[in-house]
Design a protein around this ligand. Structure first.
Ligand SMILES: Cc1cc2nc3c(=O)[nH]c(=O)nc-3n(C[C@H](O)[C@H](O)[C@H](O)COP(=O)(O)OP(=O)(O)OC[C@H]3O[C@@H](n4cnc5c(N)ncnc54)[C@H](O)[C@@H]3O)c2cc1C
Length: 419
């Protein structure tokens, strides 16, 4: 448990998929590790964003989820607390994972807390980071607010897994953010029950035929995940555009998104027979933000690299090569590309050229904003988080960032897929 006089080697900010994996990897590598999270529970979007669906787990008959992300889903699978999204099978825990996985917020948070405790990570939840001091090339302090107290954390290494590179922003590191054509929609996810049986692919097609009367025309794709309970689905169907970094705009968007929900449910009941008797079960506690800020790193993943599949000399995890989707005027932007296959994520995308004790994981790694789909799904965020935590631990214990061959050895020993 955190106490004011504890000393840490690594402080991880944010306990979403990337921060969870970063903290566990750092602690398992021998670093005394603190994980700071503003919400009550770990899980990030998968728990506090109401989206307990791990995508990016497989592609073209190949398993992509690996390392700590794989460990989490297999542990959930062993307890019957998760299922394969397409085949609805719960007996996947000991076989290859060739589909995405759905679970529940409560199960993910519970299992994540257990894994953190087993690894010896100190989790400080209900703790909001608001400041960060940097002298020359080192972060010297992170300021946070918890239970009515101002707290300060210092450590040799910091890992930024806040989703929007908050530590980098607060310490003045160079960042890039999506332009208006690159921004993705913001969504409040909703869960509905009492749906009559249907197949997801056929329902998506049917939506296409009737969507001209859908009350929010920018939503031209029906996105839904089965929850695992009979007739119970998670709908990814509200959408809005706005600036999540403008104070006040989050509140406006949240209110407007929640006003969309009854309108959408009425439309679904009226136009789709299987939804006629549907009821609202829950709405996400917070808006889901897909794309915000990315670090300008030592190496940036560019759309042209994904198009060409340029080889990566120093991969620390595997991303995909497709990009685009969730556009603000229609789902698929004119510049979106559905490239087949995977590409390694370079070591330099997790490091800043301006700071020697900062590592980033998750959706804020160094990538052109348009390309973010290649690294933003949860399976990929677990992986970059795990790499970031390992880099930070090795750097804290050795006094310098690890050379790539040493890092590669450490990541492979943790069963992380690199190519
Ligand atoms: C609406 C929506 C639907 C999605 N659907 C899917 C899906 O079905 N499947 C899929 O695989 N991916 C999905 N994604 C993408 C995926 O969820 C995210 O890209 C992924 O969760 C990013 O992981 P992360 O660890 O980088 O950040 P996050 O999951 O955002 O976690 C960041 C964590 O940092 C914490 N934090 C932030 N600021 C502070 C602060 N100041 N102090 C302390 N803590 C802080 C947050 O509370 C949070 O827990 C979706 C995203 C959205 C927004």
């Amino acid at each position: 448990m955190w106490t004011p006089d504890q000393k840490y080697d690594v402080v991880v900010a944010g306990a979403g998929p990337s921060g969870l994996a970063a903290a566990i990897a750092a602690a398992r590598s021998g670093a005394r590790t603190l994980l700071v999270e503003q919400s009550a529970r770990p899980g990030g979007v998968s728990v506090s964003g109401g989206c307990p669906a791990f995508m990016g787990c497989a592609m073209g008959g190949r398993q992509l989820i690996s390392g700590i992300g794989e460990e989490l889903v297999r542990r959930l699978g062993r307890r019957g607390a998760a299922m394969l999204k397409r085949s609805f099978r719960r007996d996947f825990a000991d076989g290859p994972i060739l589909e995405d996985i759905v679970s529940s917020e409560d199960e993910i948070a519970l299992e994540s807390n257990r894994m953190l405790a087993e690894a010896g990570v100190d989790l400080l939840a209900y703790c909001t980071i608001y400041g960060c001091a940097r002298t020359d090339r080192r972060i010297t302090r992170v300021d946070a607010f918890c239970a009515g107290e101002n707290l300060q954390f210092s450590a040799p290494m910091f890992v930024d897994c806040t989703g929007d590179a908050l530590l980098a922003h607060l310490s003045g590191l160079t960042l890039v953010s999506a332009g208006s054509d690159e921004r993705m929609t913001k969504t409040v996810l909703i869960r509905v029950c009492n749906l009559q049986p249907f197949t997801v692919a056929e329902m998506k097609e049917r939506f296409q035929q009737i969507r001209s009367s859908f009350p929010f025309p920018a939503q031209d794709a029906l996105m839904l995940h089965p929850s695992g309970l009979h007739g119970d689905f998670l709908l990814n169907i509200t959408l809005i555009d706005g600036d999540s970094f403008a104070p006040g705009d989050l509140t406006r968007m949240d209110r407007e998104l929640r006003e969309q929900i009854p309108i959408i449910l009425d439309w679904l009941r009226k136009h789709i027979p299987e939804f006629r008797e549907c009821s609202l079960v829950a709405t996400a506690p917070r808006i889901g933000l897909r794309n915000g800020r990315q670090l300008v790193g030592r190496e940036c993943i560019r759309c042209c690299d994904l198009d060409e599949g340029t080889p990566v000399d120093d991969p620390i995890a595997v991303g995909t090569r497709s990009y685009g989707g969730h556009g603000t005027t229609n789902f698929t932007q004119a510049w979106a590309k559905m490239n087949n296959g995977c590409r390694g994520i370079p070591y330099g995308a997790l490091l800043s050229p301006e700071c020697d004790n900062y590592v980033v994981g998750g959706r804020a790694i160094s990538i052109e904003p348009r390309a973010i789909t290649a690294i933003r799904l949860m399976a990929q965020c677990f992986a970059t988080g795990q790499a970031a935590g390992t880099i930070a631990a090795l750097a804290a214990l050795q006094g310098a960032f690890p050379q790539y061959p040493d890092l590669k050895r450490a990541l492979l020993a943790q069963h992380l897929l690199l190519q």
